[in-house]
Write a protein of this length. Sequence first.
Length: 98
Amino acid sequence: MPVSAATKKALNLKKLKLPPSIPVLRVEVEDYTDWDGDPALKVLVVLDESVDPEKIDGNEVTKLKMAMHDSLRKYGITLFPYIFFAKPSELAETDDEE
């Protein structure tokens, strides 16, 4: 099942109020089924290459996740968002392995 237009709108990077300390290049979302077989969302947050994971504050990550969660709820999306982070270089490594 394709991701709804409301879901895409809720996670539109231009509309999200994300912490400026975490530079996000893009957000990708797809339908997902969790381990219990329930429908959910898989959200990939692509970070700028300059991001040093050792220097990211956990509170800022929580703010980022809550901003996405709150925006989804605002648009009536009740599916749980499983949020993953990666840099473009990490995604390229995954593509090379396939």
